[in-house]
Write a protein that binds this ligand. Sequence first.
Ligand code: ATP
Ligand code: MG
Length: 394
Amino acid sequence: MSTPGTLTTPGSAGEPRRAGTVLRVGIVGAGQLARMTHRAAIDLGIEVVVLATSADEPAVAAGATCRLGSPEVLEDLAALAAACDVVTFDHERIPTEHLEALERRGIAVRPAAQAALAAQDKLHARRLLGDELGLPVPAFAPVEDAAAVARFALRHGWPVVLKARRGGYDGRGVAMVHTPGEAEAVLATGGEWLAEACVPLDLEVAAMVARSPSGELVSYPVVETVQAAGMCRELRAPAAIPPALAEEAQALARLIAERLGATGILAVELFVSDGRLLVNELALRPHNSGHWTIEGAATSQFENHLRGVLDLPLGETTLRAPAVATVNVVGPRDGGDPRARLAAALAVPGAQVHLYGKAARPGRKLGHVTALAGTAGAAREIAQRAAGALGSPA
Ligand SMILES: Nc1ncnc2c1ncn2[C@@H]1O[C@H](COP(=O)(O)OP(=O)(O)OP(=O)(O)O)[C@@H](O)[C@H]1O
Ligand SMILES: [Mg+2]
């Protein structure tokens, strides 16, 4: 494992530092998103340097240059930044004040700390999107105790969706409660929570854009996201929704990207409820809803994230087939490792298999399979068959 020294000199605040010939992108985090970004960087001759908490994280195992450290330690973040032109991240668990401290030191944090906050803090995001920008969001309120949840339910009905203000993912930190007693049990787990009206869902979609600091912006076709137990399990591109609704979703994502000054990828998760869009949550980084773009779009979300954060021209986002399906590979209930079943998945014609090199645990996202086809049904059938062959539960 190499630990690069200081290879660049600081530029003015927020400007990329371009002292060397090789562009270096620092990624805080070394999970599967960093791993797939590293893969895209290889083709462009860009070096990815990850801040990993352990040497067996997915991006390190895939050969990304690594610095060991914690996203919660400012000097670990600063050491990563000193070796890179820009700093980005593959998760939300970085204290906002640390990102701001890096910015004050003249480091190009992409996206900027203030923009990143919209993905880190669900209450901040709701206030920004709903109250300040006037965008459609589910009814929400911060709640401190079960009595506040009960008051919220008087106005919006049971069940109520409780969400941890920070730190949730894959349905963790999201609970649907039906009584004050259930609310009490969730709140007793600690941390800050907000209540949300439980919205009847027709389906869920995601609108993804890439934006560069100089303001160039590209939109991906809207994708349907299928969740089970709060976790995204399947993607269907393009989403089978009326074209006007898809355009509205893309317009919402563009508007949010502009207002936040997002750089790199912005994914906007949306609910379709009674034929209307509501904004769920934001990710200001490559996101599960964009995994289909690796084979399914002219430029993958990972490449466009790199291009965006480095202020390089953005790539085209058009579909490469009439229908693209991606099925997440989730750890089998028997604890088996999908890597042991690779041959069975590769025997499925047309299946593009991605495994993240993570230790298998039941219910953990371990990879995904993508298929391109002439129809949505055919693409799904291939991707589901290969994911099933890897042991992923249906
Ligand atoms: N207000 C709501 N009404 C109905 N269903 C909801 C609501 N909020 C969340 N859900 C369901 O729970 C899922 C997870 O919620 P959310 O996206 O807020 O949390 P998350 O676990 O942080 O997700 P991610 O892994 O995408 O970061 C949603 O995709 C949706 O299926
Ligand atoms: Mg979500």
